[in-house]
Ligand binder design. Structure first.
Ligand SMILES: [Zn+2]
Length: 294
């Protein structure tokens, strides 16, 4: 006989899975989707975003200030000027590239360019890293320079990062994570009457489902969008887009080591990535021809 029973003295009868909670969640998720979706310029893909560009820019600015205050910002030498020059050229062609890519896909341009207040910094660091925060705050870490090797490849990296910001990928990820959180809460409620072992099993399956079914493919999609748009920006700004191939190959070799740098953990460079870039190359060279005449 079990005398060491845990829980209430008069045990409640264990129930099953509460489907109605998940049905409510599905209805909410549907509402959330339809009330927050918008078309991504450049890509024609429908995005789920629940913030506005001004809010995102404010968050980006705060993060930027925080990072710069904790970093060694490079002001001497050639590099800061070179990086600023690349950024200026990429940003300058942005609206025209957006119009061209949107027209090619039969969608309307939708980027709120005035929500971006661009700034560029070079950060002294061993990390092979670069980013562009929402609202247009860009940083290039000196550790990525040996991997880039030349200004054309650096333009491909910066174009990629700027594309993430233009396409509001982090806003999309925030909206998706919010939905995943609410989904996880709903699952918690749905299983709260089941026995703890079953609860854990259901939560694990649902968690893995959200991770591998939703968030991970999503980040792959963001990567390939940023690759494409970044490549076109670099080409339109008269950089050699072909340098992007060698760049991502070098990135791949870097990540083959024991501890991949931070940038690589979010930017895995597989053969699919290279193959896709090669596929996009004729279009990139066409754009370079049209914008730069060579
Ligand atoms: Zn990326």
């Amino acid at each position: 006989m079990n005398t060491m029973r845990q829980g209430p003295a008069t045990p409640r009868r264990r129930g099953g899975f509460r489907w109605w909670v998940l049905i409510l969640f599905a209805l909410y998720a549907g509402y959330y989707w339809f009330s927050n979706q918008q078309d991504a310029a450049f890509t024609g893909r429908t995005q789920l975003i629940s913030s506005d560009p001004q809010q995102e820019a404010a968050m980006g600015l705060q993060a930027y200030r925080q990072i710069l205050s904790e970093s060694n910002v490079v002001t001497q030498g050639q590099l800061p000027g070179q990086v600023r020059d690349i950024a200026a050229r990429l940003i300058q062609v942005g609206p025209r590239v957006e119009a061209d890519l949107a027209a090619a896909r039969g969608v309307k341009p939708s980027i709120q360019w005035n929500a971006f207040d661009w700034d560029v910094s070079v950060i002294q660091s061993d990390q092979a890293n670069a980013f562009c925060l929402p609202g247009g705050k860009i940083a290039v870490y000196t550790g990525i320079i040996p991997v880039a090797q030349n200004l054309d490849a650096l333009a491909a990296i910066m174009g990629h990062e700027i594309a993430h910001a233009l396409l509001r990928h982090s806003a999309e990820r925030m909206a998706q994570q919010k939905l995943a959180q609410i989904g996880s809460m709903a699952t918690g409620m749905a299983v709260s009457d089941m026995d703890p072992q079953q609860q854990r099993a259901v939560m694990a399956v649902m968690g893995a489902g959200a991770q591998y079914g939703m968030l991970l493919p999503f980040s792959r999609e963001h990567e390939s969008e940023a690759d494409e748009v970044g490549l076109m920006l670099a080409a339109a700004a008269c950089y050699d887009p072909r340098e992007a191939i060698g760049l991502w190959q070098r990135m791949g070799q870097l990540s083959a080591g024991q501890a991949p740098p931070e940038f690589m953990s979010t930017h895995p460079s597989g053969e699919t990535r290279i193959a896709r870039l090669q596929q996009l190359m004729p279009r990139a060279l066409e754009i370079r021809q049209a914008y730069c005449g060579n």
